[in-house]
Design a protein. Structure first.
Length: 621
């Protein structure tokens, strides 16, 4: 609780609790004064950009604004989510047909008033807000009603960057993309754009907004700032839907998860925490913004509040299991379009060199504290899964660099991920061991490929539970004092790629690499290789270098090195363009392995590369 409170107190742009409670009464005035507090949203390729930078936001969806659940459509509920959950997004789900005389079709003025109450409160709390046309159908008077509704909303909010228009919630499986959904969108989108509104527009996809692959194959053209809806419920939707979503991203369309749940797709059942966290990792990796379903006290598993808690049930944090999990995820989500602000001494650092951890230029979720490490000063602590820091650097030349991290941890399990600020690409990961205490320090390192030039590097806690004092970047071949040193350049094992025991999706072919023989090729996203029958005996727990012999005519490939079966994953490497499918280079990463026999696996996160062999060498090579 203290951690959450401190995070709330330091959040950038946060209004006081008193201001939150009066937001509904002061709606228009507050909205006008707060518009500049969020960055405008645009799209580029498969990314949704906040102020021109990749990122994502997380928050909650309100339940349908009928059947008594309109009681949550007010400034108090929105303010609670902003201050207590650190939510950056709220969704107003407007009942189009459901509710009979209480539907939008029958009583549009009533729903517009509810929308405006939520929008004004969101703007006052520096949040983004989705105006959701919550229907499963299209055609007839629904289309004409949508055009009228969104024309008025666009005229009202075209100068309010907080506002997002979701023009179709969940088309059912019998509402088809090519013949119904896309033609509908091409009537509503021009109505919005003709007002001068440039706000993000999100378009639903077939089969309860899961067939994003169909939208990718026949995307909407001629209009900017268009994203596509993806919905999932962790109890029903697993890796197969993530694979579909990844294919759509690879095809170049941006996704926005306007609704997700940790339970079954029907809103019932228990929390599936394993699949939920897999989805969270997927969304963070791909910068996908999201809203959990739902702020409601309905007696079902997806409700955030316990049944019959009333309009102010949120005030006492009467949360269900799914509500508590959603709060944990949302309150620790990396911030986009805002952030934690610069740390002590934020400045561009010329590399090679050392960056003090507390000299971040932006962050989410961490705190500084006095360190007992050599040299004194401050370190970063309270680092949880999903927290991140950004540092501005200048790298003289592209190449291989050794990156070292000064860390302390009371228990093992932490994972540091080095990436371009914003999350893509990921340059590598390194495991954090148990050091014996929060102020007992050691250094861990890995080798990564970094591009040249002025840029922003991100350090993300793929798994939290460690402190960080400094980061040192050195040219290839250098080693940091205190880091593991190589015990020799002879690999413990070199495994030919074609000697897999099992695989999915790849083929072998003759190689022109040194030594001849075969390599593995035709590697696409989602393909994998298992070497479960080729055990590698690791003599002692410690630092090892894993090297991969690769070739690519395109670049953009990515592999994860893991135990066969996927857990644990030791490192992720992004693969360069080598100049051809038989033009070979070696990339490497430093990982931590435990003593014993290991059965390794390789997964293609992104395809477009060939693999000849991989090797394991003790120490930093």
């Amino acid at each position: 609780m203290n951690r959450i409170l401190s995070q709330w107190m330091r959040s950038a742009g946060r209004l006081s609790h008193t201001k939150t409670l009066i937001s509904a009464a002061c709606g228009i005035a507050l909205a006008m004064s707060a518009n500049a507090a969020v960055e405008p949203i645009t799209t580029q390729g498969n990314q949704v950009l906040f102020g021109g930078k990749p990122g994502s936001v997380s928050g909650m969806s309100l339940f349908w604004d009928i059947w008594g659940f309109e009681k949550y459509y007010n400034g108090s509920t929105v303010g609670w989510l902003a201050t207590d959950w650190n939510a950056k997004l709220i969704r107003a789900a407007i009942a189009v047909e459901e509710g009979g005389a209480d539907s939008v079709l029958a009583n549009p003025a009533m729903h517009k008033a509810r929308v405006k109450a939520v929008v004004d409160a969101a703007v006052a709390n520096d949040m983004y807000v989705i105006i959701d046309w919550h229907t499963h159908h299209v055609g007839g008077n629904i289309t004409s009603a949508a055009i009228s509704f969104f024309t008025e909303m666009a005229q009202t909010y075209k100068n309010t960057p907080n506002v997002i228009f979701e023009i179709f919630n969940e088309p059912w499986s019998d509402v088809y993309w090519d013949s119904q959904i896309k033609p509908y969108a091409l009537q509503v989108i021009p109505a919005i754009r003709n007002t001068g509104a440039k706000n993000l527009i999100i378009v639903g996809t077939r089969s309860w907004s899961q067939r994003v692959d169909e939208a990718a194959a026949n995307r909407i053209t001629g209009y900017e700032n268009i994203a596509y809806t993806l919905h999932f419920y962790a109890g029903t939707h697993g890796q197969w839907l993530r694979d579909t979503a990844q294919g759509a991203l690879n095809a170049g369309i941006p996704l926005f998860v306007t609704e997700w749940g940790s339970v079954n797709a029907d809103g019932n059942g228990g929390v599936n925490s394993g699949e939920t966290w897999a989805w969270v990792d997927f969304m963070k990796k791909n910068n996908i913004s999201n809203a959990n379903w739902a702020v409601s006290d309905k007696a079902e598993g997806a409700s955030a509040l316990t049944p019959n808690t009333g309009a102010s049930g949120w005030a006492n944090n009467q949360l269900t299991a799914s509500g508590a999990l959603a709060k944990d995820i949302i309150s620790h989500w990396p911030q986009a379009g805002g952030g934690g602000g610069g740390g002590s001494g934020c400045a561009e650092v010329a590399l090679p060199g050392t960056v003090q951890a507390e000299a971040y230029c932006d962050m989410s979720g961490v705190k500084t504290e006095t360190t007992s490490d050599t040299g004194g000063g401050s370190n970063l602590g309270y680092i949880d899964t999903g927290d991140w820091m950004k540092y501005d650097v200048d790298i003289p030349t592209a190449g291989t660099y050794t990156v070292s991290y000064r860390v302390a941890a009371a228990a093992a399990g932490g994972v540091i991920q080095l990436e371009k600020a914003g999350g893509t690409p990921v340059y590598g990961t390194v495991n954090v061991p148990a050091t014996g205490g929060w102020q007992t320090w050691t250094t861990v390192s890995h080798s990564v490929q970094l591009p040249a030039g002025k840029q922003s590097l991100g350090i993300a806690a793929k798994t939290g539970g460690f402190n960080l004092n400094w980061i040192k970047v050195e040219g290839s071949g250098s080693s940091s004092s205190g880091s593991s040193s190589s015990s020799g350049s002879t690999p413990l094992a070199t495994i030919q790629a074609e000697s897999f025991s099992q695989m999915s999706g790849v083929q072998t072919e003759g190689t022109s690499d040194v030594g001849g023989g075969l390599n593995v090729g035709y590697i696409d996203a989602g393909d994998w290789l298992s070497y479960a029958t080729t055990g590698v005996n690791i003599p002692e727990t410690g630092t090892y270098t894993v090297e991969f012999r690769v070739a690519s005519a395109t670049g953009g490939g990515s592999l994860s090195f893991e135990e066969a079966g996927g857990v644990p994953s030791y490192t992720t490497l992004y693969l360069p363009n080598t100049g051809g499918w038989q033009t070979w280079t070696t990339v490497k990463s430093t990982i931590t392995l435990t003593a014993g026999v290991h059965k390794f696996g390789i997964k293609a996160n992104n395809g477009g590369w060939n693999l000849n062999w991989f090797s394991i060498t003790k120490g930093v090579k």
